[in-house]
Design a protein around this ligand. Structure first.
Ligand code: FE2
Ligand code: FE2
Length: 195
């Protein structure tokens, strides 16, 4: 079984890959001469909305944050910051969805606002993930007990849980679909006309 840290980092990599792709597409969409494929943008926004919210953050909150505060009260401030960022992320993603809706309805207007919302969210989430990897994980490694890790490893692997297992599969499908419909060079889809 893969351990919680490996899985957490690999989930961060999946989120980063989609964020990087979305940043690139938001930039390309502004210069597009034909109407951009909004389906790809919508799928990517949905992924970065739902994957952290439904699969990733609940495991961090329950199995890393709460237990770390119980074992090492000095980590409380950092954990509170990270929890607040989970809430802030949910708010920023609503802004991003709104910007995408306006862009889709007002195209070719609204592209710059959408790109700004994407950049803001990506910057925010990268900082958050870096803070978790660079500050939270070392503390967790020094303070969590073997029993804590056993529970965290099982929760992050989640394959024993049919509901979470299904969610993970759903996200893999969505990830594959994004790769298939996103235009080259981000994905395998037809490139958008930019000239
Ligand atoms: Fe997080
Ligand atoms: Fe995270």
């Amino acid at each position: 079984m893969k351990d919680a840290i490996t899985i957490m980092k690999s989930e961060h990599r999946s989120i980063s890959a989609v964020l990087q792709g979305l940043k690139e597409l938001a930039r390309m969409a502004q210069g597009a001469k034909a109407r951009p494929g909004f389906q790809a943008l919508r799928s990517m926004v949905r992924y970065i909305d739902e994957y952290p919210e439904k699969l990733h953050h609940p495991k961090e909150d329950e199995y890393l944050f709460k237990r770390l505060v119980a074992r090492a009260p000095e980590a409380r401030l950092l954990v509170e910051e990270l929890q607040a960022e989970h809430e802030e992320g949910a708010r920023l993603i609503r802004e991003l969805e709104r910007a995408l809706l306006f862009f889709e309805e007002d195209w070719p207007g609204g592209g710059r606002e959408f790109q700004e919302a994407v950049d803001k969210y990506a910057e925010f989430h990268w900082k958050h993930m870096r803070k978790e990897e660079q500050q939270l994980l070392p503390l967790a490694q020094s303070h969590l007990t073997p029993e804590d890790w056993k529970a965290a490893d099982a929760a992050f692997a989640a394959n024993a849980d049919p509901i979470a297992g299904m969610q993970e599969r759903d996200f893999q499908k969505l990830f594959t679909r994004i790769a298939n419909i996103a235009p080259a060079p981000v994905g395998l889809g037809e490139p958008w006309k930019t000239a």
